[in-house]
Ligand binder design. Sequence first.
Ligand code: NAD
Length: 338
Amino acid sequence: MHNITLIPGDGIGPEITEAAQIAIEATNVKINWEVVNAGEGVIEKEGSPLPGHILESIRKNKVALKGPITTPIGSGFRSVNVALRKELDLYACVRPNKTMPGINTKFNNVDLVIFRENTEDLYAGIERKIDDDTAESIKRITRKASERIAKSAFEYAQKQNRQKVTVVTKANICKLSDGLFLESAKNIAKDYPEIKFEELLIDNMCMQLVQYPEVYDVLLLPNLYGDIVSDLAAGLTGGLGIAPGANIGDELAVFEPVHGSSPGLAGLSKANPTALILSAVMMLKHIGEQKAAKVLYNAIVEVLKKGECITYDLGGHASTFEMAEAIAKEIRKIFASK
Ligand code: NAD
């Protein structure tokens, strides 16, 4: 039995987490879900959008599956998602992007993995108002954070037989901050001579990705560029509805899709549950349930290939739950055929 924290989140979060549970349950992996919630909806009752007991639950269980949580724009409380990563020191944001069968995209051979530094950069939100007409943000980059995310990317590349790590910065302009990130990556790269290492500027990277995404393998980026390029990469392989992710620290891990709470879809049962279910595949691998992870992945692939029970974003008409049920049905078929 695995004890796992489940954060449904808000917007489309509750419906996609419920759908993901249906698919995960079909794998027969025994999970005791500890359900906790964060975000605007809990402020009145708990006094904070990120109550301390959520952090305690994840520290105790070591693993969480999380739905998206809305962050107010321009004012209001700071991002719960960012605070969670920072509080738990989940420094490696890992986001695979792979062409999936049955999904019609411009490219049929994308297979890249983004390693996004998850704790600093402009994302730390160190900002101040100088006067009514002037504001500034501090872009803080440290050697420690840069080296550990670079090490994560190279370790991953080595273990997964990946050929190349591309570090992406704007070190020609942000010479000190991005310069330090780049220098740290170069230092770590020396320990992995068998893995090809290259550097690109972020603007060029964006163009290369929309023209030749198949050339890229593991991408290593500071926090903000990693955030933006994650959505770009999701767009190459079929959109946010199928883009999974993980936030990994030395001891703790929180698995969540790349996408946000998508308020316009909330409550309509139209959202694609696949990104969260693929995040659950990553989670099952992380907790040592390799076989279940494979069965769950293969079931998703079958449903996509058949194309009969897919959500609107992939060109279908299925509801969130119909797609999750179809994945669960494929899992049962896989088990029955063994
Ligand atoms: P979003 O990712 O919610 O949505 C962007 C677009 O993708 C929308 O058109 C949306 O409908 C579509 N989309 C997203 N997920 C989908 C799914 N599962 N199925 C089908 N279509 C899907 O981004 P946004 O609108 O910029 O942000 C909404 C809120 O989410 C904001 O408050 C933002 O701060 C928050 N957010 C949270 C997280 C997180 O919890 N980790 C991540 C990103 C954004």
